[in-house]
Design a protein around this ligand. Sequence first.
Ligand code: ADP
Ligand code: MG
Length: 389
Amino acid sequence: MNIHEYQTKELLRGYGVPVPEGRVAHNVDNAATVADELGGERWVVKAQIHAGGRGKGGGVKVASSLDEVRHFADQMIGSHLVTPQTGPEGRLVQRVLVEQASNIRQEYYLGLVIDRATQRITVIASASGGMNIEEVAKTDPDRVIREAIDPAVGLMSFQCRKIAANIGLQGRQIGEAAKLMKALYRCFRDKDALLAEINPLAEVEDGSLIALDAKMSFDGNALYRRPQITELRDFDEEDPKEVEATGHGLNYIALDGNVGCIVNGAGLAMATMDAISFHNGKPANFLDVGGGASPEKVGNAFRIVLQDPNVKIILVNIFAGINRCDWIAEGLVQAMRDQQIDVPIVVRLAGTNVEKGGPILAESGFPFIMADNLDDAATKVMATLEASA
Ligand code: ADP
Ligand code: MG
């Protein structure tokens, strides 16, 4: 789960990470008031969306008067901001962060990720932070340094000093950076984060360090024990189909293909997507209807999958253990009756009560395309798509 920059900064401030003074604003008047209350002569107006690259897309502007703050806030709020990370349709900006502008001497990069290969939280740092870090990582990977953290002892001071020195920090900055890294690490551990990124970590006029941009994302499976983080969830930033699916107890992730998948069990869902890909198809989604898939749940699964206009065919792949194939078959028939489903449906049923499920589908009169196994199902999906193309 991702959160906004202003939320991340509040969270990190609580851990002792230096961040600019600032507040979120939902409208133009609000933005001007925030700037006025912050005082000073220059402010930064920053569009709050769950995507980076805002600087490049015009979503980060420096204002030198309250009128300019108003002007930029007016431009951003309600607009669809397009950045290198949003796709061409952009993201609707519903609020801006107004904060004091810093005079930047140099921009560093500091991040924490979970490195799946070493199974460790790993610090990533670079002297070449700022808006082109992705470019640097590609063309000049040696300028990005990594340091894995041993979970038994946590992030050690010597590691922090080493990282700080390696990115060219000097004197008292090294101690400051070490404090900051440890604070970031504590927050990361405490909140079950998957990613924390400060880019840029800026060196300002007086040589001190400050986090000018901050991004964190959290493990969705740990949210049940992190109510403070769960509260920060912004449903407007998520795919409405995914939000609806969560409400129905379905595990749904939207993808960009055209084969809708309705499957029970996450592992089987992955295997189904693999089988489709193996046959040169593209899954439109991952969907796990879970163990006790009632006809109602199956109906909801169809409704959500069919909200995606790219879906041209649906593959239902059920391996019934706890589930029973006859329940699933009844759910399928019910969905066909209740909803206007005009895409072909390939069904593969196996497991408990399969001998009852097949006849229910056959006797329903609906044109289900039956498959014997996963490979057969994927083959039939592709053949049907080709025939209708
Ligand atoms: P993004 O990563 O989405 O482009 P950032 O918050 O990193 O957005 O802002 C882009 C650039 O704007 C930064 O690299 C920095 O140079 C500048 N910037 C951001 N916040 C401030 C600030 N408070 N004061 C001065 N410059 C800032
Ligand atoms: Mg940034």
